[in-house]
Ligand binder design. Structure first.
Ligand SMILES: [Zn+2]
Length: 274
């Protein structure tokens, strides 16, 4: 039975993918064993899991070593995002509406633990690997009024959309004046120095992503009326923390801030005065 199943998998995904899958699965078995006996050297800040090693990730077309939390499934980006979102939430007042697009299970507890916030999740489908979705919606045409959310969080979603600018326009539309948007997308480590690489179609070698982001993302975010700043995990965490939580220093979160018309006018005034 087992051999038959393996043969069917081999025929379905081909030699290269099968070899990666085999490496992923056997590697993770070894890590799970290691985690039962070896010294705890890593921690997941999303769920509190501690152990010797994170698990490998097997994506569609690629493989990343030591990146997945065995308990909550967080990836390195979630573990870095937690530290930034904690800071942003500390600055978020009671009663604020928070919109989490394609809501990841590893991040949802951050928001649900704040009972004084109104937490709304939205996704086109609502997959089983996501936190339960409140509103089934196309992010390029969302059923929300203008300016209702004080915080919008989107991680690992825009790269799956052909028209990401339309999604950004919608995200900006539903964000309140003074509100903020936290955006994570796959990007080049040296994103400041190179443009976005468009594949022109979903690339099966990269989990069906349409692109890898570069410096154009900042322009895209500012074009929809959000003031953009970038925070890298290396700015938030010390080298020993980066190692402990298995987070990449150069991974960057893009923060868009919806300026109130008055401050927009003031900043434009400053620009024209300089
Ligand atoms: Zn975890």
């Amino acid at each position: 039975m087992g051999l038959h199943r393996e043969w069917r998998r081999f025929k379905r995904i081909g030699l290269r993918a099968y070899a990666i899958h085999f490496k992923w699965r056997s590697g993770n078995r070894l890590i799970r064993l290691l985690n039962r006996f070896a010294r705890e050297r890593k921690e997941c800040p999303c769920c509190g899991w501690r152990g010797a090693r994170f698990l490998h990730y097997f994506g569609k077309g690629y493989y990343v070593a030591h990146v997945v939390c065995p308990r909550c499934g967080s990836h390195d980006r979630h573990r870095g995002l937690v530290f930034l979102l904690r800071k942003m939430l500390a600055e978020t007042s009671a009663g604020t509406r928070v919109l989490h697009l394609a809501p990841e299970k590893a991040l949802a507890p951050l928001f649900t633990s704040r009972r004084d916030l109104s937490y709304v999740t939205a996704d086109l489908h609502g997959h089983h690997w996501l936190y339960p979705v409140d509103v089934l919606a196309d992010v390029t045409l969302m059923p929300f009024r203008d300016g209702v959310f004080g915080l919008v969080v989107t991680s690992g979603m825009l790269e799956h959309l052909e028209n990401d600018s339309l999604a950004l326009e919608e995200i900006s539309r539903v964000t309140a004046e003074g509100g903020r948007v936290a955006i994570y997308v796959p990007h080049f480590a040296d994103w400041r120095d190179r443009p976005t690489l468009e594949f022109g179609a979903p690339d099966p070698k990269w989990d069906d992503h349409w692109r890898i982001y570069g410096s154009d993302l900042v322009t895209q975010i500012e074009t929809v009326g959000l003031k953009c700043s970038a925070v890298s995990f290396g700015d938030l965490l010390s080298p020993s923390q980066l190692d402990f939580y298995q987070v990449r220093a150069l991974d960057t979160i893009f923060i868009g801030e919806k300026l109130a018309p008055a401050s927009e006018a003031a900043s434009l005034g400053r620009l024209s005065a300089s």
